[in-house]
Design a protein around this ligand. Structure first.
Ligand SMILES: *Cc1c(COP(=O)(O)O)cnc(C)c1O
Length: 477
């Protein structure tokens, strides 16, 4: 998570064109090398099998093997630090990769869903995620959403006193089985990316615990409502130090202990510790791992892991980011001000954060040739631009890669979360197709379509194409 920021050149790939698997300290992890090998094979196969061609110059790929491994590593990480029988739900933050087949794959691996809108809840349900594996968090739930959640029996984390008042009128007559809790903001401070720091003094999320009178209000709220049995905090996403995340969890644990002491019973039986494990965008290494975080938490907050509390986690980015790749054809190349520029089909529409905040969100680019083979050649500092009509539309600035040529492919790595699944409709550019890939058992790669590319007809239809005279038929003034 290099945010040193002068340019994106924090990610120099050396002479191997970025296809290696070096960890940050140069140590090569077998898993990272394997992941890079799977990716190289998939890019080549995508070209050979025609998923990418001059008329389909952009595609997104999901490494199903990698997703399954992460989905197995996460529960194992927490199982290693909790007594046997501890109820633990890992709920994937749907916003990170809101694609039904991804949610189904995770569900098959035992991972649930954290949802924060009616759309996300519908995706989780379409994937078959059961209510008992679903958690609803959102700062702006409508009465209808709350009623639906209670009817379904999904867990709800209440954001604020007004929402709690709504539940006061809904819960008693609902007969709901929904586990209910309150989100608190431990106000432990910000990380390096302000927009993703949810535990600052003035964050919009949850009940700000250190504000005057807030803590006493929360304790009273629980004592008055025996149906409040959970506490929730999510200290931030990407850019938050593990130690700060652990402090947030420690604060929530201390609050749960205080509530339970005053209640004279284990009223709070489950802590939802949110997600936010940062992802390393600088190499193929997974760093930190869920296992490192789980160990750190068990050392920092031992009481949370002694068997008295159930746990919910809500990881998003750390489960999916490293398993997605956007591959774009290089349409043209040019030189500007002495710098080579490759104009590709991946830009702001699939990498919105990187384009608008390049210093906070640098992406590694890997160069592949026209046949989808890792490109060889000396590293040349170049820009990788997108197709949109504004100057800032660059996937990478001053990145050292084998010189991209017309017809080559540029791959934006680690884009499985918060990138291609978050289409931005600038210039009416279409949503690209997303394909999952896996080994075919005969040394090749098999693809399965996750989402088709959006068609131009769909763009027109979604842009008022069905009512072209909607404005002209209004009476003239
Ligand atoms: C976004 C979010 C998450 C997931 O964050 P990641 O950084 O993707 O792990 C979890 N919980 C809540 C409440 C969130 O808003």
């Amino acid at each position: 998570m290099s945010t040193d920021g002068k340019n994106d050149g924090g990610f120099r790939h050396g002479d191997d064109g970025g296809h290696g698997g070096e960890g940050r300290d140069g140590e090569v992890s077998g898993a990272a090398v394997e992941a890079a090998g799977r990716r190289d094979a998939a890019v080549r196969a995508a070209v050979e099998q025609g998923l990418l061609d001059p008329d389909r110059p952009l595609v997104a790929l999901l490494d199903v093997t990698g997703i399954r491994r992460s989905a197995a590593e996460l529960p194992a990480a927490f199982a290693a630090v909790t007594p046997p029988g501890t109820p633990v739900l890992h709920a994937f933050a749907v916003k990170a990769t809101p694609l039904v087949p991804v949610l189904r794959l995770l569900h098959e691996e035992g991972i649930g869903a954290e949802v924060a809108s009616p759309g996300e809840l519908a995706l989780a349900r379409a994937a078959g995620v059961p209510p008992r594996h679903t958690v609803l968090d959102s700062p702006a739930k409508t009465p209808g959403e709350l009623r639906e959640a209670l009817t379904l029996g999904i867990a709800v984390n209440v954001d604020n006193p007004q929402e709690l008042a709504r539940l006061d009128s809904l819960v008693p007559r609902s007969g709901t089985r929904s586990p209910l809790g309150l989100r608190v903001n431990p106000q432990v401070g910000a990380g390096s990316i302000e927009a993703l720091s949810t535990a600052t003094a003035t964050s919009k999320f949850g009940v700000a615990l250190r504000d005057e009178g807030a803590r006493a209000w929360v304790v009273r709220a629980y004592l008055d409502r025996p149906w409040l049995t959970r506490l929730h905090a999510h200290t931030g996403s990407q850019g938050i130090a593990l130690s700060l995340m652990a402090r947030g969890v420690a604060e929530v644990y201390a609050l749960a202990e205080e509530i339970n002491r005053q209640a004279g019973r284990q009223q709070v039986d489950t802590l939802d510790i949110g997600g936010g494990l940062p992802v390393n965008f600088a190499s193929d290494a997974t760093d930190p791992t869920h296992a490192q975080y789980a160990r750190l938490l068990s050392e920092a907050v031992p009481g949370l892991f002694d068997g008295r509390y159930g746990l919910v986690t809500e990881f998003g980015r750390s489960l999916l980011a490293k398993h997605g790749t956007v591959v774009a054809r290089v349409e043209y190349t040019k030189n500007a001000g002495g710098r080579p520029v490759a104009v590709t089909h991946a830009g702001v529409q699939v990498a919105t954060r990187t384009v608008y905040a390049p210093e906070a969100w640098p992406l590694r680019i890997a160069a592949y040739d026209a046949k989808g083979r890792p490109k060889e050649g000396p590293a040349v500092v170049q820009d990788v631009a997108g197709p949109a009509c504004f100057a800032g539309d660059r996937l990478a600035r001053e990145q050292a890669l084998p010189l991209l040529e017309q017809g080559d492919h540029a791959a934006a790595l680690d884009t499985g979360a918060y990138y291609f699944a978050h289409h931005y409709a600038y210039n009416s550019l279409p949503r690209p197709a997303v394909h999952g890939f896996a080994p075919d058992g005969r040394g090749g790669i098999v693809f399965s379509p996750v989402r088709r590319a959006q068609t131009v007809e769909e763009i027109v239809a979604e842009s008022g194409g069905g009512s072209p005279d909607a404005l002209t038929r209004l009476p003239p003034s």
